[in-house]
Design a protein around this ligand. Sequence first.
Ligand SMILES: [Zn+2]
Ligand SMILES: [Zn+2]
Ligand SMILES: [Zn+2]
Length: 89
Amino acid sequence: MADDSCAHIAAITTVKHPKRRVCEECVKNGDAWVHLRTCQSCGATLCCDSSPNKHASKHAGATEHPVIASAEPGERWLYCYPHDEMAEY
Ligand SMILES: [Zn+2]
Ligand SMILES: [Zn+2]
Ligand SMILES: [Zn+2]
């Protein structure tokens, strides 16, 4: 079996936080979202998997940007999509 432990989260030394507390894609279309996530590769802030558009998940799949951070106040965790791994920071 391949080593499937996540090096993506370990590589993050400075966590990116949202520039604006909106989903960048949903605001363009006037859509609603539930929670926000910030891409740790490019800094895009997008909506979570409980949101109708799941923009953070789609972004990760389209761009191969693996790790997001919660952009919700008080939440301090990172999540890697390809490894399905979560870590607090
Ligand atoms: Zn990973
Ligand atoms: Zn969205
Ligand atoms: Zn990104």
